[in-house]
Design a protein around this ligand. Structure first.
Ligand code: BJW
Length: 254
């Protein structure tokens, strides 16, 4: 279906949009995805890098990978897809964004109402005490062979402030994600493979409430059959087109 017909559907009532984001939205900013052709999981096994067990077995390897990703991030900038969601927020059409991305590019783009459900790669936390700190260029300049220890308790290792497989999500963030999803009458599912739970279950919650669900992805995903519409193509093209037409249409109606 073409974008105009989707907009027709979305504007039948006043749209209250919630977006669920995955790695695909940051691809145009130079950030590799996890499961795509150039994805991290083609080079490494997730179990070797993104689990508490992996960290306990080989913290150097895990830190090496996170430092490499942080270094890529230092040069990355938000792209037009992030910016289009910020526009929706400024127009009061977006009620919230649930991002699985740890890159913080949505924040740099100016987004205000979001939850980073899988954490933040720019921050490190103590594996045991409550210490948490932002990582800057200086910290990143440390040699990969140097393991960072907590400056507070001084005995335990710092680890990236992200959610690994087998770890529970922050309950306040998850509750916010569910609240927004149940309030939405339009859910945008952008650049996610839709295989990682519990985030992959959010479209089902939205479906139960009768929301219109629109997927933006370069390919079909396991979520496609739950979505009302799939806009196939790079989201840095389809999403700004969608949001611009939507904003124009709503302004005309005012
Ligand atoms: C484009 C594009 C362009 C490209 N434009 N599109 C229920 C059922 C089955 C399993 C479970 C379940 N509940 C829990 C689990 C276990 C597990 C899980 O989901 N496993 C499945 C994979 C099998 N989940 C968990 O362990 C979660 N914890 C949890 O549920 O706690 C409770 C619990 C604990 C224990 C037992 C039971 C319950 C935690 C999940 C944490 C995920 N962590 C990671 C790493 C974060 C830190 C880091 O970044 O290093 O999060 S894994 C990785 O996957 C990362 C991502 O946020 C996440 C999702 O990936 P995403 O964003 O979808 O990326 P890709 O690469 O997969 O997809 C990119 C997409 O973009 C593709 O579709 C492309 O086509 C598309 N694309 N270019 C548009 N230009």
């Amino acid at each position: 279906m073409d974008i105009d017909s989707i907009i027709e559907e979305v504007t039948k009532t006043e749209p209250k949009i919630v977006s669920v984001l995955g790695a695909g939205i940051s691809k145009a900013s130079g950030m590799p995805t996890f499961r795509g052709e150039d994805g991290w999981w083609n080079q490494y096994r997730a179990e070797d890098l993104a689990t508490p067990y992996a960290f306990s077995q080989d913290p150097k390897l895990v830190w090496e990978w996170y430092r490499a990703r942080m270094r890529i991030l230092l040069d990355a900038k938000p792209n037009i897809a992030h910016e289009s969601l910020v526009k929706l927020e400024k127009e009061g059409i977006s009620i919230g964004t649930i991002t699985q991305n740890v890159d913080g590019l949505h924040e740099i783009a100016g987004m205000k109402k979001y939850v980073e459900i899988h954490g933040r790669i720019r921050y490190s936390k103590c594996s045991i005490c409550n210490y948490n700190e932002r990582w800057d260029k200086e910290k990143l300049a440390q040699k990969d062979s140097d393991l960072p220890y907590c400056p507070n308790c001084k005995t335990n290792l710092l680890r990236p402030d992200v959610v690994w497989f087998g770890e529970t999500l922050d309950s306040a963030k998850w509750e916010q994600a569910i609240k927004w999803t149940l309030e939405a009458n339009v859910l945008l599912v952008v650049g996610t493979s839709g295989v990682v739970h519990p985030v992959a279950s959010l479209p089902y919650y939205a479906r139960q409430k009768g929301a219109v669900i629109i997927e933006f992805n370069v390919e079909e995903t396991p979520l496609s059959s739950t979505c009302d519409f799939s806009l196939l193509g790079p989201c840095e093209e389809t999403l700004p087109k969608f949001t611009d037409i939507l904003i124009q249409r709503l302004k005309k109606e005012d």
